[in-house]
Ligand binder design. Structure first.
Ligand SMILES: [Fe+2]
Ligand SMILES: [Fe+2]
Length: 166
């Protein structure tokens, strides 16, 4: 199983500098990439735990890992929204990008709240977790393409709305 980062390790973008809009766009992009990797590792850890032999231990640990992941997802999406002006700038296209990203974030946070109400390890919980993981993977992919375009203006590609194909 991939190691589960400690809470302090989870929060490079999120709590170390939750509202650091003065950070350079390359620095923000690096932090976002690192957090995406942590989030996806934690999702992977949940699936690894599902194979544990002792279901009681597995469910307890699932709940612990999920709690950490849920907190990270909420903090990550909120921190990104604070950084939206730096990440995307102004103008009509930027507004569309920010609205698309915010809509994805709302969906992710709704899934988190839904899963918090369910028993970790239950069939319904796994359905919500699986949907959340898919939504995160899609959103992160779009966001990373946008961030790399914004961090490398020489490419001339410019940002595209999160959630939309380039
Ligand atoms: Fe995002
Ligand atoms: Fe993100």
């Amino acid at each position: 199983m991939d190691s589960v980062p400690s809470p302090s390790d989870d929060c490079g973008l999120v709590t170390a500098s939750p509202a650091d809009p003065d950070a350079g766009i390359s620095e923000i992009a690096e932090r976002i990439l690192a957090e995406h990797a942590r989030i996806l590792r934690l999702f992977g850890a949940l699936y690894d735990l599902a194979w544990r032999v002792d279901p009681a231990v597995s469910r307890l640990t699932l709940a612990q890992v999920w709690s950490r992941l849920a907190d990270l997802l909420v903090a990550h999406t909120k921190a990104e929204e604070v950084c939206f002006p730096t990440m995307y700038g102004d103008g009509a296209h930027a507004l569309a990008v920010k609205e698309a990203a915010a809509a994805d974030h709302n969906d992710i946070r709704e899934a988190v709240e839904q899963a918090r109400l369910l028993d970790a390890g239950s069939a319904r919980w796994w359905q919500v977790i699986t949907a959340a993981r898919t939504a995160c993977a899609q959103h992160f992919g779009s966001e990373e393409r946008t961030a790399s375009g914004a961090a490398s203006p020489a490419t001339g590609t410019g940002p595209s709305p999160a959630g939309s194909p380039r």
